[in-house]
Design a protein around this ligand. Structure first.
Ligand code: 3H9
Length: 677
């Protein structure tokens, strides 16, 4: 090893058992020097005649959590991973993996070339590569079917979901469960007990199980996997294991792995893996920032948003006081929360006693005064600046010193809301997305005067309740809704020029979105933000609203709906559009799908560039995270800003200019440099 090689693998001896220890914080990823260390120490242990068995374990929080993703796409360095694994598997003495924490991806593949696996009950084992647009590329797809059978191997590789060690023991992935605090000693004892039995190379074991499961998985997951390449490639490899000799199977796996690795989907999914973690980091935060303690939360408003927001905290055992103005609205809100929890319990997500526990720490009240002991208060009433300022003014008098006062506004000026208080440092936005107990995105809006510790605390509590939190600056619609606006405007313009709602929506769905702009409008309510004057008809939307076509809730919006809410194209809507066209003297023309992309998605990139240059998002990848987790942008396209790089910023600028848009200077810069964000 050269002088600069970090020492991330060491070896100890316990009598006749060699213990090889990986220590590469934070997650013991298989960086080049770990592979080098494994190669060197296994060679030494194999050559040492006094060693009769070998244990591989890890220091720190976890067993090897996978290949080092940050090395992907870079020039290769250090020994080839597959070669290292093959030499471990070929060891002439039993090799035992001692697993704690998470044995994931390349980590589990390392454990699979060990001849036996011992794990603590709290460990988790899995091959999550599919979530990075990949497949286990170090023999995982070939060795798993030999250890756990085709059914489990196909499920594990294609879904990427890890198994608890107890379940892994049941299916033969783990040979023995160790004591939670005695893994090192138990693994050594286990290895010693296997000296007589000798090595058990996985590659020599037969594949077993029914290959029919592969088609069943494809059918069952057709919707979830729409547009994704990796789940299918994973299944193809497991299928190959059932008919090819081991080495040919390995070669097939390699070929499939490389295809995915150099494809755009995996690049996008890897980008999002790091983007999600990066989003948690707050620029310009003093190093010594201490978090505030959040033991109790207040929520104002027991409607859909307030109720959903409350559920997040209750599920984490954090007591919530929820306030409404009227008893019947309060009762209704509490009833909905209870109903949602009961429905989840019926599906097995919670035990009935857990539901009782969660409801037990929810305190309904009609008085804002009852929020006096809350550490975080989230206002979730309707979008009206005067109403919000009135509430914040009252909270200023009620809330205890140091309490964080948050608004769930989706576009209003948080700085103006803060002026209603004498403590603007404690005020910020916490913008949840509907349904708030399900959607993973949380925009944390940093006001001009928001204190660093209040911001850091809001981000941390977001993570605690299972959200992906992103910092946004104050501007109309923050990151997500601000970018939605130009898309909606252009979608409407396209209708005037000749596209139909169904055509525009189909382009978006084919792109990978869960729904298009008009389907979204019908779901959310066409009437949201409408002026409510049926005689003032200036736009197509005004006309729809005036006729009561408010969307799915009225069984009519941009589409007609039957009793089961199945949409069909609406002759009436076509007629309304035609009338507007005639009035404006616009001649109908055929609109291509490409034009729809250029006029609805490219303007989003343009708006994203403005958001970035105004500093309303900390980094381009934060914008991507917002669109992936808040609006269902397909993760295999990496979010709008990453996608702009794939699409070509020069191509985007040329098209925007051709369609008459004002192009953001930052986007122009990127186009001139021919780079992404
Ligand atoms: C693979 O193995 C391919 C092979 O089949 C074939 C090869 C030929 N690499 O998530 P956290 C960083 S593909 C590099 O906040 P947690 C992460 O960025 C891999 N870095 O911690 C973060 O850095 P920072 C298959 C990694 O406790 C820090 O570690 N494996 C990797 O909440 C802490 O991460 C996977 O897909 C990595 N593999 O969760 C597992 N993993 O502090 C991916 C993490 O600078 N990892 N980092 O922001 C995970 O799922 C979670 O990190 C884990 C810990 C559950 C392990």
């Amino acid at each position: 090893m050269s002088e600069e090689t970090p020492v991330s693998v060491t070896m100890e001896k316990d009598g006749d058992v060699a213990v090889i220890i990986v220590n590469n914080p934070p997650v013991n990823a298989l960086s080049w020097h770990v592979r080098q260390g494994l190669e060197d120490h296994f060679a030494a242990a194999i050559a040492d005649d006094s060693v009769k068995a070998i244990v591989l374990r890890c220091a720190g929080a976890t067993f090897i959590a996978g290949a080092d993703i940050s090395e992907f796409g870079k020039p290769p360095r250090g020994p080839d991973f597959n070669a290292v694994l093959n030499s471990i598997e070929a060891a002439p003495k039993p090799v035992v993996a001692a697993i704690h924490g998470t044995a994931l991806g390349g980590g589990l593949e390392t454990a699979l070339v060990c001849h036996y696996r011992v794990a603590v009950p709290s460990a988790k084992l899995g091959v999550p590569e599919v979530k990075l647009g990949l497949l286990p590329g170090a023999g995982g797809t070939q060795r798993l079917p030999r250890v756990v059978g085709v059914e489990a191997a196909a499920t594990m590789t294609s879904t990427g979901d890890p198994l608890p060690a107890t379940k892994a023991k049941e299916i033969g992935l783990v040979d023995e469960l160790a004591g939670e605090d005695s893994l090192a000693a138990d693994a050594i004892a286990f290895a010693r007990a296997k000296i007589a039995a000798g090595p058990r190379p996985t590659r020599e074991r037969p594949v077993f199980g029914d290959v029919a499961v592969i088609e069943q998985l494809k059918t069952a997951n057709a919707k979830r996997w729409r547009g994704f390449e990796a789940p299918y490639a994973n299944l193809a490899c497991v299928e190959a294991a059932t008919r090819l000799p081991f080495d040919e199977g390995l070669a097939f796996e390699r070929e499939q792995f490389m295809k995915l690795m150099f494809g755009s989907q995996s690049a996008a999914q890897r980008h999002i893996f790091f983007a999600e973690r990066q989003a948690a980091k707050i620029d310009g935060l003093p190093k010594d920032t201490q978090l505030r303690d959040i033991k109790k939360v207040g929520v104002i408003g027991a409607g859909t948003m307030g109720g959903g927001i409350s559920m997040n905290f209750l599920q984490k055992g954090i007591p919530v006081t929820i306030v409404e103005m009227q008893q019947d609205a309060l009762d209704r809100g509490i009833g909905v929360i209870r109903k949602n929890y009961d429905a989840s319990a019926a599906k097995g997500r919670f035990k009935p006693e857990q539901v009782d526990q969660m409801m037990g720490i929810l305190t309904p009240t009609l008085s804002l005064d009852d929020l006096a002991d809350c550490d975080l208060i989230i206002e979730a009433v309707y979008e009206d600046m005067d109403v919000k300022k009135d509430i914040f003014g009252k909270l200023d008098a009620i809330a205890k010193p140091g309490a964080i006062l948050a608004s769930n506004t989706s576009y209003l000026d948080v700085d103006e809301i803060a002026t209603a208080t004498s403590r603007p440092g404690d005020v910020l936005g916490m913008h949840f997305f509907s349904p708030a107990n399900v959607m993973k995105l949380l925009e944390v809006v940093r006001g001009e005067k928001t204190a660093p510790d209040a911001l850091a605390t809001a981000m941390a509590i977001g993570k605690k309740i299972g959200k992906v939190a992103v910092v946004a600056g104050v501007c109309d619609g923050f990151i997500g809704n601000r970018m939605l606006k130009p898309r909606q405007v252009e979608a409407m313009n396209l209708l005037m020029e000749g596209a139909t709602p169904a055509q525009v929506d189909k382009v978006h769905v084919d792109f990978g979105m869960p729904m298009g702009p008009f389907q979204m409008s019908d779901l959310a309510g066409v009437d949201i933000g409408w002026h409510r004057d049926p005689n003032r008809i200036e736009t197509i939307r005004d006309a729809l609203c005036a006729e009561g076509r408010w969307g799915q809730k009225k069984q009519a919006g941009f589409y007609d709906y039957d009793d089961k809410r199945t949409p069909s194209e609406s002759a009436r809507v076509a007629e309304i559009i035609e009338q507007f066209r005639a009035k404006a003297g616009v001649e109908k023309r055929a609109i291509s799908d490409q034009e729809i992309i250029e006029r609805t998605l490219y303007p989003m990139v343009n708006e994203g560039a403005l958001i970035l240059s105004e500093g309303k998002a900390q980094r381009a990848s934060d914008i991507d995270v917002v669109w992936i987790y808040g609006y269902g942008w397909p993760v295999y396209r990496g979010g709008p800003m990453f996608w702009a790089g794939l699409e070509g910023t020069d191509k985007i600028v040329a098209a925007l200019e051709q369609h008459g848009f004002t192009v953001a200077p930052l986007l122009k810069e990127k186009a001139e440099a021919k780079t992404g964000f």
